[in-house]
Ligand binder design. Structure first.
Ligand SMILES: *Cc1c(COP(=O)(O)O)cnc(C)c1O
Length: 380
């Protein structure tokens, strides 16, 4: 099956008893047994598996070309599951421009279990050779990064660690498998905040993992089962429903993203625009190689460099909603320093380039004329 067919049919079967075309929402915690320990259809207790979640997990594995999918109560619960593969003394190398919540989990939660984190700029993949030690067990990538839209060459990283006992995990939230498929590029684990583009309608908080191999999938499932951060059946249904229109939505998000970036680049009040589909992006060539399209996330700064200008602009928006999150059908705007990335210390933010005049936009799927007009009036 090709991708656009997979988002509709991947891992999906009609319900066998009634022929229901859609997977029912199985609101049940437990399943009747024939005899003690003898299950009717493999289901025992919904923390271990639930048919609605199973359908979503099969769909996730299908669209990311992995062996096994797992659905969690949030994106962070999915990351937490991956980190629990590690033991005290292990080392993790992570990309330096990380989602704020991931950074917070690494530095404030897992750091105290004696797991060591190095945050590294992956612009020149070769330089990470100097950071790898015999204790390195996991490389954590995000590409494009949030909010500066930096890219990591996934294939170059997986080639570099080939034959070493190091897992490569990619947070694929911003790109989605419509745009890039990390497992095809050699990654071991793909992670999503399904809250964003996979769900796609800003109506659910959910997370996902896809493992390249059945063995790794089994290890991760054991942790999910033993720690319990599963996604409920109703939310599983919402994400599954969202995935069905992923291709169509990503096409429009990308079209609008390109046009929003173009508009901002030509506006006299704007200084820098961060968008992988812009010819001015320092990794434009990598973007063309690694990504099928460029997505709907665009960040920018003001010529004035003033925080007050960013705030005034955000207050004036009418079609874009000022809110955390991204990847829904509606356009959103965010101030990383005060909102999504406030959990990163100010000096660290400054070092990374997350300045106080940085604004991050999530271009929705509305008519582009209305989005541009809204940006125009708010900039005025
Ligand atoms: C939102 C987000 C997360 C966290 O996911 P939640 O569903 O909010 O727990 C992780 N990574 C990225 C890139 C995100 O945008």
């Amino acid at each position: 099956m090709k991708f656009n067919t997979k988002v509709i049919h991947g891992g999906q079967q009609h319900e066998p008893h009634t022929g229901s075309v859609n997977v029912p929402v199985f609101l049940t915690s437990t399943f009747a047994q024939k005899s003690p320990g003898q299950l009717k259809a493999g289901y025992e207790y919904s923390r271990g598996a639930n048919p609605t979640r199973q359908a979503l997990e099969d769909a996730l594995a299908s669209i990311e070309n992995g062996a096994r999918g797992l659905a969690f109560g949030s994106g962070l619960a999915a990351i937490d599951c991956v980190l629990k593969l590690l033991s005290p003394g292990d080392e993790v190398i992570a990309v330096d421009d990380l989602y704020g919540g991931t950074y917070r989990m690494f530095t404030r939660l897992f750091d105290k279990y004696q797991i060591k984190f190095s945050f590294v700029n992956f612009d020149e993949v070769d330089t990470i050779k100097d950071v790898i030690t015999d204790k390195t067990k996991l490389i954590w990538l995000e590409t494009p990064t949030n909010p500066l839209m930096k890219l990591v060459d996934i294939k170059a990283v997986t080639d570099l660690v080939k034959g070493k006992n190091i897992l490569v995990a990619v947070d694929n939230t911003f790109a989605t498998p419509y745009i890039q498929r990390p497992i095809d590029l050699g990654a071991d684990i793909v992670m999503h905040s399904a809250t964003k583009y996979l769900g796609g309608h800003s109506d659910v908080v959910a997370g996902a993992l896809v493992a390249k191999t059945p063995e790794l999938g089994e290890q991760l499932h054991f942790i999910q089962f033993a720690s319990g951060g599963i996604l409920g059946p109703h939310d599983s249904y919402l994400v599954l429903r969202g995935i069905k229109t992923l291709s169509l939505r990503m096409q429009r998000h990308s079209e609008n993203g390109v046009k929003v970036a173009e508009f901002l680049e030509n506006h006299p009040a704007i200084d820098k625009v961060f968008y992988p589909g812009s010819k001015n992006h320092p990794q434009y060539e990598l973007a063309k190689k690694q990504m099928a399209e460029f997505g709907g996330m665009v960040s920018f700064t003001f010529k004035s460099g003033k925080k007050e200008d960013a705030i005034k602009f955000l207050e004036k928006l009418k079609v874009f909603t000022l809110a955390e999150s991204l990847g829904g059908v509606e356009s959103l705007a965010n101030h990383p320093a005060l909102m999504t990335h406030a959990s990163i210390p100010a000096d660290k933010r400054a070092e990374l380039g997350i300045t106080d005049d940085l604004v991050r936009l999530s271009a929705g799927i509305e008519d582009i004329e209305d989005l541009i007009a809204d940006l125009e009036q708010a900039l005025k």
